[in-house]
Design a protein around this ligand. Structure first.
Ligand code: MRU
Length: 368
């Protein structure tokens, strides 16, 4: 028996973020330690949650949102008052603090706002009841994410053919989400159905999510994967080895401009040149209809050390050399063939098609 195929379920059901059994902590797999060690961390304090997100121990837009939702439910359970307004004030302090951990992925503020709405909707109930409702809401956020990933995977798979070569950037698999993932979801689902793909995983400098996480997940799931440096995407496309690019997203503006891991826009430009479809896959929780265009997306800037010295045995540039380290870039909507959500596939003009996706969300149920 192929051991790797047997691992498919383990990969798609990885325990990346979960509420601790006592409801007073959150347990995450430390993504910075993968693929060399599977270490779990227990988070309890506001600083634990902030640091886990800021240091990318938990990462990927949906997983950040899930962790923050669980985090604020745990922190709210520690607020020792029966007075609603004191409770709300303390809740909001925690919310602001967690929300400041990373600015680009909208799922963080989306999840925290949803948790705040729970507090506001139940102001006539006791703080003890509100605490229970927050735990319930945080669990729903994760359960819904599982359903969303499954639906995205199905829509995404409908665009692929058996034997396709795929290029992906960064990591939008089960570690970054719940279950199948977004950009990697169609590949895991296709594999379950007996399809084969060959995937080129960009290593994704400077934090190497493609090397450390994507190639690991695909390999463990029994999917053929070849790791390439980011600057090799052009040659594999030119060689005719790529039939589709699949990427995740951190914030999609109302006009379809999409922020994702730095380097994504370079892949999109190459795909456009080589006439390869470029698909963005993400849940509606990553679409920010209050953000008109990519110009309005705040891009996280990170430490120069991630470029100069992280992952190297010794620094690869003098300390004096200035570095520019944006964590994300924005792919213009014009380079995106389609945006695949849990409510269907949106195509240009995105101003219209994304609104239609939200209309469906209001009325429709997710496919089973
Ligand atoms: O900095 P990261 O690793 O959190 O960036 C993650 C990405 O860019 C992912 O592609 C995105 O969050 C989608 S995850 C389904």
């Amino acid at each position: 028996m192929d051991n790797r195929a047997a691992d498919l379920k383990a990969v798609t059901h990885i325990d990346n973020v979960r509420l601790g059994g006592d409801g007073k902590s959150v347990v995450i797999i430390d993504q910075t330690k993968l693929p060399n060690a599977a270490e779990y961390l227990t988070l309890r304090t506001a600083e634990d949650f902030y640091n886990a997100i800021f240091e990318l121990k938990v990462r990927g837009a949906p997983a950040i949102g899930i962790c923050a939702a669980y985090g604020i439910a745990v922190l709210a359970s520690q607020i020792d008052t029966e007075d609603y307004s004191i409770f709300l004030e303390k809740f909001r302090k925690y919310k602001e603090y967690l929300n400041s951990s990373r600015p680009t992925a909208v799922n963080l503020s989306w999840a925290l706002n949803r948790m705040e709405q729970t507090v506001l909707r139940h102001q006539d109930e006791s703080t003890a009841q509100i605490k229970d409702l927050l735990l319930k809401e945080s669990r729903s956020i994760q359960e819904e994410d599982m359903q969303m990933c499954r639906a995205i995977s199905e829509y995404g798979l409908s665009l692929l053919k058996d034997g396709d070569g795929i290029l992906t950037h960064c990591n939008a698999g089960p570690l970054a989400t719940s279950r199948y993932g977004t950009a990697l979801g169609p590949l895991f689902l296709g594999k379950e159905q007996g399809m084969t793909f060959h995937v080129f995983a960009d290593e994704t400098r400077p934090l190497l999510q493609g090397a450390r996480l994507t190639s690991y997940e695909l390999y463990k799931g029994g999917i053929d994967v070849t790791l390439i440096c980011d600057n090799m995407a052009g040659i594999v496309m030119k060689n005719g080895w790529v039939q589709a690019c699949l990427v995740g997203c951190d914030r999609i503006a109302a006009n379809g401009d999409t922020a994702n891991k730095i380097g994504t826009s370079v892949v999109a430009v190459l795909a456009d040149y080589y006439k390869i479809p470029f698909y963005v896959l993400g849940p509606t929780s990553t679409i920010d209809m209050n953000c008109p265009t990519g110009e309005d997306i705040r891009i996280e800037l990170r430490s120069p050390e991630e470029i100069r010295s992280k992952f190297y045995a010794e620094p690869m540039a003098l300390e004096e050399i200035p570095c520019y380290n944006p964590a994300f870039d924005v792919t213009p909507a014009g380079l995106i063939t389609a945006i695949i959500t849990e409510y269907g596939i949106a195509r240009a003009p995105y101003e219209e098609s994304l609104k239609e996706i939200f209309r469906k969300k209001k009325t429709g149920a997710l496919p089973d």
